[in-house]
Design a protein around this ligand. Structure first.
Ligand code: ADP
Ligand code: ASP
Ligand code: MG
Length: 816
């Protein structure tokens, strides 16, 4: 004997019902079967809505009734040919008639009792089971239909009735166990009390009906047919790469379903577990899939965690006060009060100081809980010994489930550090002593991210998805996107990183795609008129609202406004990668605050490309410092532009023209005056000085400009024109140096905490003498590198190398 149960989606319409019928016929060919049916999808919700509308006196229930009639009639018409569905039609019609009279009665008296509601709800399961039984018979497979209300006896707790098993088991055995027929149909969800009044077993209760039948009949197997191919490692609506769980034991399945895995109704397991009847979850829409086998002892599958689930709409109650310490009985009174009000407690934590007890319940019971608990402790509250009950809504419970977690240390550590890394605040924690379940109460807005992050941590073979938001799609941004596109497969293969650009903004718009923007056509997307696009200044809000795991913000602009977004993002544990130098070189206080936020919120604030483009200058300096070295002096050529200019200016062409070429080659800042005034170099040495531990401001950097002041008046074009007019000045700089056998270099230095920048004449033996083209070089003189400096040297400007440096920072953030 086998019991099969089909859920609402399996019987949603004629097309799906055909699939159910095929499964049933195949099963019935092999074995005696009991088939339990849910109502057609949406019916139970519609019936509840109908009842409530009638109670309000709202005529809307008539329209709902018509919808139900249409849904059922359409299925009958499609399933039965040549008028063979007449009998079923008539049955459904008369049931709808009765439903209409009851609902009309509710409207008149404006009262919907739980008892009446159960009666209304019974329509769904009765109609669906009758319809399908008739269809199977019409296909030539004989069967019997039984009314569950005559078989399952419950108490009179309408809406959530408790089963009287001795009476129920007896009736089921008598009726079905002794029947000649090999195929039986019954409606799920409904039962009756001793007075014969219809009761229901709780939402999702058809699974339970099936388990009751399986246990009563000592079935060999219970099959729950639904719309997914078994129990998954997480809710497939939340997590894309869920894995199917091939086998799981009863206790784990119960724990998972209790904590929100809706695929099986929690009470279902109990009756079959007692009898040791295995349960298989199967997919009506992919019947050949193995599904999940729930059994007494399931083979270990090498995974510590079996699944991750969550329940929403949780309310947290906190009872606090010094009057509780050491006095027995407080928790008993709290739980008694809740239990008398029939409030189910889902999770409990108590601090060891006993200063507070924290309890999680369903949100809908929050107000009642407040009333009954405050009444219970009225005396203590008035005496100031404890505070009135604190009630907070908007929470969810997140749970890791698995029997094998107890054999492994560090599971909870990993869970909480992963959540922390993603800026998810944990309100309360509970771990059962069985160690089968670790639960955390978190804000509901973080649930999606939390489940995804944990799923990635525990089930993705080390794969990690990184979600990038890039602001700035100019030259460097463009190269970066190209490099990301090229390296996508390499990163996945070698570093197990799935790097997605989910947001991309230029100065006009922001495009967003949670799936990842197609990097072959990002340009088109940024200019297209459709798609999600938001003003760029909204970028930070969008990132925070989307709340994606492992988010990294990349600033490839030179825009001071964009820097305003860093702090709010870092506070949400979003890493910030800045190619933009403004943040690290503006007020020391801001620089230090951003670094502090990154530390505090476990995020990264990285800006390697601020100095020497892609050269590993800041990282080298950081490594020296971290390993305990002391930086005594830094000498550096930090301007690709100025190096290019002085390497190429030999008097054969005017100085202004050489500068123009540097700009055309893309070495200069968008405004070349920033380079020529030494400001850009000053910013860089300032950043290095700060990273070396000096608390300096821009004004502290000594900078003697080599350009006449008149060059800085007016626009960029005026700047070029004035340089042209002052060619003599530049000639003289050149010839003065040449006369002494020296050459010109623009050098930044830091020594004894003093930083300076300026044009110097250097001899042929100088470390920088052979620096060609746009190269940069940084010499670190430290305790360990005292005589010969540690040298970092190479191209210090250019879009490709800069993009590569940003890329490296992204990878650093992604892997941290
Ligand atoms: P039915 O109508 O067949 O009773 P339900 O909607 O009650 O189906 O349950 C199936 C649904 O449970 C799936 O569609 C899925 O969205 C949800 N679900 C939640 N958690 C899980 C999980 N861990 N594994 C599988 N399904 C899950
Ligand atoms: N139809 C009922 C509900 O929607 C019972 C079930 O589907 O299991 O809750
Ligand atoms: Mg269900």
């Amino acid at each position: 004997m086998k019991v099969l149960k089909f859920g609402g989606s399996s019987v949603a319409n004629a097309e799906n019902i055909e699939k159910v019928v095929a499964v049933v016929k195949r099963a019935a060919a092999d074995d005696a079967c009991v088939v339990v049916l849910s109502a057609m999808q949406g019916t139970t919700d519609d019936l509840i809505e109908m009842g409530r509308a009638a109670e309000r006196g709202d005529d809307g229930f008539i329209a709902k009734l018509a919808e139900l009639r249409d849904q059922h009639t359409a299925a009958i018409e499609a399933l039965f040919q040549d008028g063979r569905g007449t009998e079923t039609s008539e049955f459904v019609d008369s049931a709808l008639h009765e439903l209409e009279s009851i609902t009309e009665g509710v409207r008149r008296v404006r009262e919907l009792t739980p008892k009446t509601l159960d009666r209304i709800l019974s329509f769904g399961e009765i109609a669906a089971s009758k319809l399908i039984a008739a269809k199977v018979a019409d296909d030539g497979v004989e069967n019997e239909w039984h009314d569950s209300r005559l078989l399952i006896r419950t108490d009179s707790n309408h809406g959530f009735a408790a089963v009287d098993f001795s009476e129920t088991n007896k009736r089921i055995k008598d009726e079905i166990g002794n029947s000649e027929s090999r195929l039986h149909f019954v409606p799920g969800f409904i039962a009756a009390d001793s007075g014969g009044y219809t009761t229901t077993l709780g939402r999702g209760g058809s699974d339970y009906t099936a388990a009751i039948f399986a246990a009563a009949l000592d079935a060999d197997l219970l099959e729950i047919w639904t719309d997914v191919s078994g129990m998954m490692t997480a809710d497939p609506r939340f997590v894309r790469n869920v894995r199917q769980i091939p086998r799981i034991n009863y206790r784990e399945a119960m724990e998972l379903s209790h904590f929100g895995a809706k695929v099986i109704y929690p009470p279902t397991i109990q009756p079959v577990m007692v009898k040791g009847i295995p349960v298989r979850i199967k997919n009506t829409f992919a019947p050949e899939d193995e599904g999940t086998l729930i059994e007494a002892e399931s083979a270990a599958n090498g995974e510590m965690v079996r699944g991750i689930t969550s329940i929403d709409r949780i309310c947290v109650l906190s009872l606090e006060g010094s009057g509780m310490v050491g006095i027995p009985g407080f928790s008993k009174r709290l739980f008694d009060a809740l239990s008398r009000a029939e409030i189910n407690v889902i999770l409990i934590t108590q601090s060891s100081s006993e200063h507070s007890i924290c309890v999680a319940i369903e949100e809908k019971h929050g107000e009642l809980a407040k009333r009954v608990v405050d009444r219970e402790f009225e005396y203590e509250i008035n005496a100031g010994k404890i505070d009135p009950l604190k009630v907070e809504n908007g929470f969810s419970i997140l749970a890791l489930v698995g029997d094998r977690m107890k054999e492994h240390t560090g599971v909870s550590g990993k869970m909480f550090s992963t959540l922390g890394h993603n800026g998810i605040n944990i309100h309360a924690i509970a771990q059962g002593s069985s160690e089968r379940n670790i639960s955390a109460v978190i804000n509901s807005k973080d649930v999606r991210k939390a489940v995804n992050t944990l799923h990635e941590e525990f089930f993705s073979d080390g794969r990690k998805q990184v979600n990038l938001f890039i602001v700035g799609a100019g030259t460097v941004g463009g190269r970066l996107l190209e490099q990301l596109r090229q390296q996508h497969d390499y990163l996945l293969e070698n570093l197990k990183l799935i790097v997605r650009v989910v947001g991309l903004a230029n100065s006009k718009r922001l495009v967003f795609s949670e799936e990842g923007i197609d990097l072959n056509e990002w340009k088109m997307q940024l200019t297209a008129d459709d798609g999600v696009n938001v003003p760029p200044e909204q970028t930070a809000n969008v990132i925070i609202e989307r709340n994606l795991r492992n988010s990294v913000f990349v600033d490839v602009t030179a825009d001071a406004d964009v820097v305003e977004m860093y702090a709010p993002l870092l506070e949400k544990s979003v890493s910030v990668i800045a190619c933009n130098k403004v943040a690290a070189s503006s007020d020391y206080e801001r620089y230090a605050a951003l670094k502090g936020l990154a530390r505090e919120y476990n995020s990264n604030f990285l800006f390697e490309t601020n100095v020497g483009a892609g050269l590993p200058v800041i990282n080298t300096l950081n490594d020296l410092m971290r390993s305990g070295d002391r930086v005594n002096r830094i000498e550096a050529v930090l301007s690709g532009t100025l190096n290019f200019v002085f390497n190429n200016y030999d008097g054969s062409r005017p100085f202004a023209e050489v500068v123009r070429r540097a700009q055309a080659e893309g070495y200069t800042e968008p405004d070349p005056r920033l380079d020529l005034s030494g400001t850009d170099v000053a910013r860089k040495i300032l950043i290095l000085a700060r990273e070396a531990g000096n608390q300096l401001e821009m004004e502290d950097i000594e900078n003697v400009p080599f350009l006449p002041a008149s060059c800085f008046e007016g626009t960029v074009e005026d700047f070029y024109a004035e340089m042209g007019r002052r060619e003599d000045h530049f000639r003289k700089l050149l010839s003065d140096a040449a006369a002494k056998g020296l050459s010109l270099k623009y050098i930044a230095s830091l020594a004894e905490g003093i930083a300076s920048v300026g044009l110097q004449s250097i001899g042929p033996d100088h470390n920088f003498a052979n620096l060609s083209g746009k190269d940069n070089a940084v010499l670190f003189y430290t305790n360990r590198y005292a005589d010969q400096p540690l040298v970092v040297k190479g191209a210090g400007a250019g879009a490709d190398v800069t993009a590569a440096g940003v890329f490296a920072d992204i990878i650093r953030a992604a892997r941290s």
